[in-house]
Design a protein around this ligand. Structure first.
Ligand SMILES: Cc1cc2nc3c(=O)[nH]c(=O)nc-3n(C[C@H](O)[C@H](O)[C@H](O)COP(=O)(O)O)c2cc1C
Length: 193
């Protein structure tokens, strides 16, 4: 089953091939060493003023960090993410006194993008999720007041779609779609609908 993007111009194969599954192989586990290249890729992401105001908290399936993370996922994320080998909470530093930090959430996203591309190149799959209890997650891990958990991402080996419930299974195999490029990029006034 190919999930490769249908592109209107040639792009790097890893970018066309990366996608976000919800089925992870529950028989495979991960260690920090497995994720080190992806974290290294995140480390080398650009950021405003090179501030690098991101941190990553990692839990591995079976440890208490992972358990606490899954307990704070919302909606259907709580049903699929627990079979991943690892869950990462991505956070940025929010410093209202420092204008230069305005871009911290943007920079975190860019670091996670680096992570996801490198992980995919290494044979792993990443599924990002905004659906989690931010305040509860911050409290559970005793994060300093200025550090804001903003995204979680499940990382693991690809599982079979059949491992999911019917609703998620349908989404797992649905075609991957994007708005066409000519509706996204413009060279004059903002296009009218
Ligand atoms: C910031 C962010 C938040 C997301 N939140 C969720 C989520 O809470 N639950 C979920 O199942 N998927 C979530 N996704 C996954 C997107 O739905 C997915 O990336 C998108 O549909 C494109 O699919 P693809 O990554 O397979 O190309 C999120 C993705 C991003 C980048």
């Amino acid at each position: 089953m190919s999930r490769d993007a249908e592109t209107s111009a040639p792009i790097l194969p890893v970018l066309a091939q990366r996608w976000s599954p919800r089925s992870f192989d529950p028989t495979k586990s991960l260690t920090l060493a497995d994720l080190t290249p992806a974290f290294e890729a995140a480390r080398w992401a650009p950021s405003a003023n090179n501030a690098q105001e991101w941190r990553f908290l990692v839990g591995f399936r079976g440890d208490s960090t992972f358990e606490t993370m899954t307990a704070n996922l919302s909606g259907w994320n709580a049903s699929w993410a627990p079979t991943a080998g690892a869950i990462v909470v991505g956070m940025y530093e929010d410093d209202p006194e420092n204008k230069a930090r305005d871009y911290a959430p943007y920079d975190l996203g860019q670091a996670v993008a680096h992570f996801s591309v490198q992980a995919h190149a290494d044979g792993l799959f990443v599924h990002q999720a905004a659906g989690f209890e931010r305040d509860a997650m911050a409290l559970a891990f005793n994060l300093p007041e200025t550090w804001k958990p903003f995204v979680v991402f499940a990382v693991g080996h690809l599982g079979a779609p059949e491992l999911l419930n019917e609703t998620l299974q349908a989404r797992e195999i649905a075609p991957r779609v994007r708005r066409p490029l000519d509706e996204t990029v413009f060279t004059g006034p903002f296009p009218s609908a």
